[in-house]
Design a binder for this molecule. Structure first.
Ligand code: ADP
Length: 602
């Protein structure tokens, strides 16, 4: 599918016409200094000479109007727009309509330089190409999986500041390229992706999901950038304001006068800074030292955040091209198991045909890679999926967690024994799985040691009775019951149930439920699992992180996606409302082997 990808900056415009699957370019447009007398653009197509055109005073609309007749000679199926900020509203590519546009406009205060430019590009393109679907891809979306502790600042929460993270399409794209190069599933890897361009950020990608990233509420936090300061003691800001600098002056210093430009005093182009540093320029040497020291610090921190790291990836202008920066950053990372190869680093070259080069030694446990980023291709891929009618779904979407308290399933015969002849169960509240409900009825479960009163009956009636309790309940009752999948009650202990109209002693049916995930066939395809598979699920809880092994996959199209654990398991992970799990897939030869069960779960 041919996708026109627009990336509209405040005074620049990048347009790529490319195939959403192969990434092959039909045309590339670069416009700069828009809105000034020096506005110009260049247009390039394979096999044709690059045309450069001066268009004094031109804005986004004027450039698009000038080039669209050339671009639309090719068939275009959809237009993708890079939008820098999706706030908390957008966590996936979204088709643009008037309500989506209004929501994006309402986010302007979060990115005051970028959002108006993004919107100018969108409005122009929608007016000029009204019959095509226009789809927004958000820089922040990939980071919507950040756990609460990573996205929170230690200031009063009601102020409304949080970490959003940026460069999402690039971090996601290169983490996938790295996994493909390593011939692994991204869901088996912990990757640190270092996007080092004029803007720079580093992300911890744990099992396919962003769990930490260095840019924050705005793209000013984190690494040393071309002209941005990155991490800074907030006390400095207060001091600057107190000492009489205006807000605009402070903004200008931190966003446009800092970073490599501020440290080196020779501008933001690393090539110039490297040349001067080689000639002994102290300021340029310091600039490189600060840049690389800070990134090394982040790599150590992110390895700690993920409890280990399998690959470190360098990308974007500096990451792909500066052997010096990579060398400095990777010094002394041996303690992490990352052993750097000087020769491979000097020779590393990536391009569209060879998107990944390895710069670690053959005995390095952590693989160090250079990967070519291609944000337009990442956007085109996402847009292609949405335009084809499918929803663009996250790679490893979070799994909601349902906590099952102890409960009882009954046959109709048992209902009548316990509650009286002709009695039918009555619904108290629906459960998350369609058709299932909690009943008003409760029973006492009588064990040899003690009894538990008020155990809820769940409906509808079943062909076999089953009592599901936690291990703690088993100790309390004085019965040792096995961990079983629901329905698999053969050779399990019996138990006595006491109801208002009678008592029933079951010969079998007391189990501790096997933790499991309910999902549809479409979910199973998305996660790459099958009915009966056993997987690991890692929980980033608000308290005690835990990875659960032996989680059974149960697939049926009538199911709603949810992982079910019992109260003991939930307490062990200190799970609160809204906490989610992430699937850890099987590692080829790794420790996280997915097994098949003999039992076919109902
Ligand atoms: P952005 O897209 O954020 O504007 P890029 O990803 O194009 O930025 O990266 C720009 C940066 O890459 C510049 O600082 C530039 O100096 C640096 N860069 C490009 N090529 C080289 C090179 N060969 N050696 C060192 N730095 C390079």
């Amino acid at each position: 599918m041919q996708i026109l990808v627009l990336n509209a900056g405040s005074s620049s415009l990048k347009v790529d016409l490319l195939d959403s699957q192969s990434g092959d370019r039909t045309a590339t447009l670069r416009a700069q200094r828009l809105g000034t007398p020096q506005a110009s653009y260049s247009l390039e197509s394979p096999g044709q000479a690059r045309q450069s055109t001066e268009l004094p005073g031109a804005d986004h609309a004027a450039v698009l109007q000038a080039v669209l007749p050339t671009l639309t000679k090719h068939p275009i199926q959809a237009v993708g727009h890079r939008v820098v900020h999706g706030g908390t509203d957008f966590s996936r590519p979204t088709k643009l309509d008037s309500s989506v546009l209004a929501t994006i406009a309402s986010l302007e205060s979060l990115a005051p330089l970028h959002i108006p430019a993004n919107l100018a590009g969108i409005h122009t393109a929608m007016a000029l190409l009204p019959d095509l679907p226009h789809i927004a891809v958000f820089d922040t979306a990939f980071h919507s999986t950040l756990p609460r502790r990573a996205r929170s600042y230690a200031i009063p929460q009601e102020l409304g500041y949080r970490r959003y993270g940026f460069h999402g399409p690039s971090h996601q794209y290169v983490s996938k390229s790295a996994a493909a190069y390593l011939d692994e599933d991204p869901r088996d890897l912990r990757i640190i992706t270092c996007h080092l361009g004029n803007g720079a950020s580093v992300t911890a990608v744990e099992y396919g999901r962003s769990v930490e990233t260095s840019m924050g509420h705005t793209p000013l936090e984190g690494l040393v950038m071309g002209t941005r300061c990155g991490d800074l003691d907030p006390g400095i800001l207060l001091d600057m304001l107190r000492s009489g600098k205006t807000l605009d002056q402070v903004d200008d210093i931190l966003n446009r006068g800092s970073g490599m430009a501020g440290l080196s005093g020779v501008g933001n182009d690393l090539r110039d800074i490297e040349d001067r540093a080689a000639d002994g320029d102290e300021a340029c040497r310091l600039a490189i030292q600060v840049l690389t020291h800070r990134l090394r610090k982040y790599i150590g921190a992110y390895a700690a955040v993920m409890g280990g790291v399998d690959a470190i990836v360098f990308t974007a202008g500096i990451g792909e091209n500066s052997a010096l920066v990579r060398h400095r950053v990777c010094q002394r990372l041996d303690f992490l198991g990352a052993r750097f190869d000087e020769d491979k680093n000097r020779d590393a070259q990536v391009d569209r045909n060879t998107p990944v080069a390895e710069i670690s030694r053959s005995n390095s446990r952590v693989r160090i890679l250079v990967a070519k980023t291609d944000e337009a291709r990442a956007i085109a891929g996402a847009v292609g999926k949405v335009a084809a009618g499918g929803e663009e779904l996250a790679e490893n979407p979070p799994i909601p967690i349902g906590i099952s308290a102890r409960h009882i399933h009954l046959t109709q015969e048992a209902v009548e024994t316990l509650f009286g002849p002709g009695y039918t169960l009555t619904e108290r509240a629906p459960l998350s799985q369609p058709g299932q409900f909690a009943c008003n009825e409760t029973l006492t479960v009588v064990g040899p040691k003690r009894s538990i009163e008020g155990v809820r009956v769940l409906g509808p009636i079943r062909p076999k009775c089953q009592v599901e309790v936690s291990r703690t309940d088993e100790f309390f009752l004085g019965i040792d019951a096995p961990v079983r999948a629901s329905g698999d009650v053969a050779n399990t202990p019996g138990v006595t149930l006491k109801g208002p109209a009678g008592t029933l002693t079951l010969k079998e049916g007391l189990i501790c439920a096997w933790r499991h995930i309910h999902m549809t066939n479409a979910d199973a395809e998305r996660y790459g699992v099958k009915h009966g598979d056993i997987v690991d699920v890692t929980i980033n809880s608000s308290g005690r992180d835990l990875t659960f092994g032996d989680v059974m996959i149960r697939v049926k199209d009538s199911y709603a996606l949810e992982m079910h654990i019992d109260t003991d398991e939930a307490n062990a992970a200190q799970i609160s409302r809204g906490d989610v799990g992430a699937l850890v897939s099987s590692g080829k030869g790794g420790t996280l082997l997915r097994r098949r069960t003999n039992f076919d779960p109902a």
